[in-house]
Write a protein that binds this ligand. Structure first.
Ligand code: AMP
Ligand code: GLY
Length: 426
């Protein structure tokens, strides 16, 4: 079986790493892939961008690909699954209509309100004056979000009215986020601890993945700007069995049922980003219509089942009759990033002494490539995610830190406190 994986991040390396272990797979193409996917068993990179749906479709047809797995949100929101399905190709992910859950925060908020799914109080605006008027009435801090896709940068937590007004102006007036900011969601600030809850879904059936948690801020102590994620681990101890049951009954089931009832049945990975308050009540911060990055890296290390069997079962509507099995051990991943990330940074920095890895330790690549001289160099802001299993969180963390400290990479940094919440609870 030949599989096409779309994307170039750590998430896609982890998906390719896992899928390459399936005895049913003979070939994996990754478009465009990275320096890690280029060296995986059975796998080769193809230089087609993840957003170029025409070229991807042509590639899948020319190469007689049996299954396509889409990593990032942009092609899903643009309708890659619709295009592939119309052409008779198997492609795993939601259609564009269902991917709006991530593509439009205003759509997602209206959807949650309509289906009684717990989330922060909000209002959406496309005009400046009513948005500024609404802000006058809101308690602080208040959260301003560009409604469209903004690569994690379109969320501003305003501590003062002035900051809030500036955020709204930057989106609606100055168009700093382009069309993604032509509509804004203004929502109440929620207190608590965040967790990621990901399911593999087909219609109203789903397999719940173990919980996970990422570290969004750039620096130790959860300080500094928001990033795509500086590290992640699974499980997230904040989600007790009782809270997990509440998440499934109040969030996951009504979301999948609501989408089906609205005529937008969801197939693919559905990710609920949650805030869990002191009483254990979860509220949805955001939906993603794909796996998380870096959550995928620890999750794939814990998955014992063949991921292809799960994806096939979803595509064939057989999810109710299949289970996934997981390693009981926690997994923890630490991101190595280029100095300056999430702002501007240099590329082309040589990377040496990467751990060779095994089944308990993998250096998943994100922004890496192999240069003309055959050297592994950095090619992005998030460079690697060194991920390890351990008997407990402390062991997983120590294994990952021991490995990341061996790597020689100039002008790169990583956080020193990944997993601190889990370890404090342990
Ligand atoms: P989002 O892309 O909507 O998940 O927002 C990015 C990050 O901003 C989240 O992971 C939270 O850390 C934070 N955030 C978003 N919405 C809220 C909210 N209503 N209250 C508190 N923090 C929030
Ligand atoms: N780690 C957060 C995300 O993938 O959106």
């Amino acid at each position: 079986m030949k599989v096409l994986i779309i994307g170039s991040g750590g998430r896609e390396h982890a998906l390719a790493w896992k899928i390459s272990q399936s005895p049913r797979v003979t070939d994996i193409l990754v478009a465009p892939g990275n320096g890690g996917t280029s060296t995986l068993n059975k796998t080769r990179n193809i230089t087609v961008a993840a957003e170029d749906i025409d070229q991807l479709l042509q590639l899948a047809q020319q190469e007689s690909v049996d299954l396509t797995v889409v990593g990032p949100e942009a092609p899903l929101v643009e309708g890659i699954v619709d295009r592939f399905s119309d052409a008779g190709l198997r492609c795993f992910g939601p259609r564009a209509a269902a991917a709006q859950l991530e593509g439009s925060k205003a759509f997602a908020k209206d959807f949650m309100q309509r289906h009684n799914i717990p989330t922060a109080a909000y209002a959406s605006f496309s005009e400046l004056t009513p948005a500024l008027e609404y802000l006058q009435q809101q308690p602080l801090p208040v959260v301003i979000k560009a409604s469209g896709l903004a690569a994690g940068k379109g969320v501003i937590i305003a501590e003062t009215l002035q900051q809030a007004e500036q955020a709204v102006r930057s989106m609606l007036q100055d168009e700093q986020f382009g069309s993604a900011g032509s509509q804004v969601v203004i929502e109440a600030f929620l207190q608590g601890e965040e967790a990621s809850f990901i399911v593999l879904a087909a219609g109203t059936d789903y397999i719940a993945f173990p919980t996970s948690q990422d570290h969004k801020r750039a620096f130790d102590g959860d300080l500094g700007p928001n990033t795509g994620g500086m590290g992640a681990y699974s499980p997230a101890p904040v989600v007790t069995d009782q809270i997990k049951a509440v998440i499934e009954s109040q969030v996951i089931q009504p979301t999948l049922q609501g989408l089906a009832d609205d005529g937008l049945p969801f197939t693919g990975f559905l990710y609920a980003g949650l805030m869990i308050d002191d009483n254990g009540q979860p509220r949805v911060l955001e939906y993603n219509c794909r796996m998380g990055d870096p959550e995928t890296q620890p999750l794939m290390m814990r998955l014992s089942s063949d991921l292809l069997d799960l994806i096939d079962a979803a595509l064939d509507n057989r999810l109710a009759s299949i289970d996934a099995s997981w390693d009981h051990r926690p997994a923890l991943g630490i991101v190595l990033a280029a100095d300056g990330y999430p702002g501007s940074y240099h590329k082309g920095i040589a990377l040496d002494n990467l751990p060779t890895g095994g089944s308990d330790l993998v250096a998943f690549h994100a922004g890496t490539s192999v240069d003309d001289a055959g050297r592994l160099v950095t090619a992005g802001g998030r460079v690697l995610c060194v991920t390890a299993l351990g008997e407990d969180f402390t062991a997983a963390r120590d294994n990952a830190y021991d490995a990341i400290r061996q790597i020689s990479a100039k002008d790169c940094f990583f956080r020193n406190d990944i997993g601190h919440r889990a370890i404090n609870r342990d």
